[in-house]
Design a protein around this ligand. Structure first.
Ligand code: K1U
Ligand code: ZN
Length: 174
């Protein structure tokens, strides 16, 4: 397994629509293993392949609480099959928009269809943090970031803050 670099705003790749995966094979499993290791190291609870520069429809996630055994999850070519009318507001963060957190409103429950690590098709209903995280990650597959759900002012502020932090970091390292 290997750590991959997580790209951050304003990298234009984050605005790209990711392409479907044709087959779940060993090459894809290497990508998913690397993504999971990269997500744990960040640390984060979810990661889309495009965030490591690979615009394919692949997501990894682990929503285990502290002290619980790891619960790695893999979503290949995920689809949302239904959305609840009921909405829920929750604070979100993003490894591609470091150190910015804000509230986003989304459907509280969704239905999912995806392929797992072994290429098996799975259908399940999601609510709570799983529903939030999968919708956040599936937005990445469409080139949408959680800050795109915020007001223009808050989005521009967030991008400016990330750019400044990257500039300050580069100057410190030089
Ligand atoms: O960048 C990403 O897509 C990952 C993101 C997932 C996410 C978080 C919160 C709401 C929706 C989606 C993160 O993992 S941000 C980091 C984070 O939430 C976290 C980090 C360490 C411990 C617990 C949470
Ligand atoms: Zn994100």
């Amino acid at each position: 397994m290997a750590l991959r670099e997580i790209i951050t705003v304003p990298n234009p790749l984050l605005k790209k629509v990711s392409k479907p995966v044709e087959q779940v094979d060993d090459e894809l499993r290497v990508l998913m293993d690397d993504m999971l290791e990269t997500m744990y190291a960040a640390p984060g609870i979810g990661l889309a392949a495009v965030q490591v520069g690979v615009p394919r429809r692949v997501i990894v996630m682990d929503l285990a609480r502290e002290g619980e055994p790891p619960q790695p999850r893999y979503f290949v070519n995920p689809e949302i099959t239904w959305r609840s009318d009921q909405l829920a507001v929750r604070e979100e963060g993003c490894l591609s928009v470091p150190d910015i957190y804000d509230e986003v409103e989304r459907p509280a429950q969704v239905g999912l269809r995806y392929m797992d690590y072994h290429g098996e098709t799975v259908e399940e209903d999601a609510e709570g943090l799983l529903a939030v995280c999968i919708q956040h990650e599936m937005d990445h597959l469409e080139g949408v970031l959680f800050i795109d759900h915020l007001s223009r002012l808050n989005r521009d502020r967030a991008v400016a803050k990330v750019k400044k932090a990257a500039k300050d970091g580069a100057e410190k390292a030089a």
